[in-house]
Design a binder for this molecule. Structure first.
Ligand code: HEM
Ligand code: HEM
Length: 181
């Protein structure tokens, strides 16, 4: 009878730390932008939430670079027991989409502000200066709309990813999730 290889291998410590750190930053980016939407216009806290959204998003962009390098160098550990081929393909496709999102979404956000001719105000008085003045309001608006649509679509992709991880653990009883803990 064919046996699945029992490797017990986990993602490397760096890959695990970066996965959960990036998860926290993405979560915060979503939380801050949603709170901003609930606050009344003109409220100082509303501007603060937008600044916090920018900071969380930029942190994602900074952290994704070492993460991609580690991914290229270390690859992924085998899952035990090995999932059926179609499930593996679905996993690879979702992970590819997530990596693309983690790079493209913050870049779109930065361009949405900068191409409008604005500086990026961050918490604690930090500022990334405007690099495209006087700015192109129409282009910035279009990019911002794409950024918002991508943000909305990825609620679903991130949801699928999280449900899949829990499903592997709770119902398939494989070590997909334990490899990332
Ligand atoms: C992974 C990182 C990021 C995620 C997940 C994300 C997600 C989102 C979401 C969900 C929205 C609101 C969409 C809506 O209202 O329907 C939004 C709005 C926005 N984001 Fe991001 N974002 C990220 C990074 C950034 C960065 C780095 C910047 C700029 C430095 C940025 C700038 C903006 C701007 C200007 C808006 C419009 C805010 C407004 O309502 O006035 N985002 N983002
Ligand atoms: C913002 C939220 C998240 C993002 C952007 C994200 C992103 C990713 C990416 C890009 C990978 C691919 C790793 C690789 O192949 O190198 C991955 C793997 C993984 N993630 Fe997440 N993740 C998020 C949240 C979560 C949560 C909340 C859980 C647990 C409930 C989770 C569990 C896992 C597991 C178990 C793997 C390994 C999958 C495998 O190797 O087949 N992730 N994640």
């Amino acid at each position: 009878m064919a046996q699945s290889p029992v490797t017990g291998a986990r993602y490397s410590a760096g890959q695990r730390s970066l996965h959960w750190l990036i998860f926290a930053c993405v979560l915060l980016a979503y939380v801050f932008i949603n709170i901003k939407g609930w606050l009344p216009r003109g409220d100082a806290a509303r501007a603060g939430m937008l600044e916090a959204h920018f900071a969380a998003g930029i942190a994602v962009l900074l952290l994704i670079l070492p993460r991609l390098m580690l991914r290229l160098r270390r690859g992924t550990p085998a899952v035990t027991p090995v999932p059926p081929r179609p499930l593996q393909i679905l996993g690879h496709m979702t992970h590819g989409l997530l990596y693309l999102f983690l790079v493209v979404q913050p870049v779109l956000g930065i361009l949405a502000v900068e191409l409008g001719g604005h500086a990026i105000d961050l918490p604690f008085g930090l500022v990334i200066p405007a690099f495209h003045t006087p700015g192109n309001a129409a282009l910035a608006h279009s990019i911002r709309e794409i950024h918002e649509d991508v943000g909305d679509i990825f609620y679903w992709v991130l949801g699928l990813h999280i449900v899949a991880a829990l499903w592997h653990h709770l119902f398939r009883h494989d070590d997909t999730l334990r490899r990332m803990l």
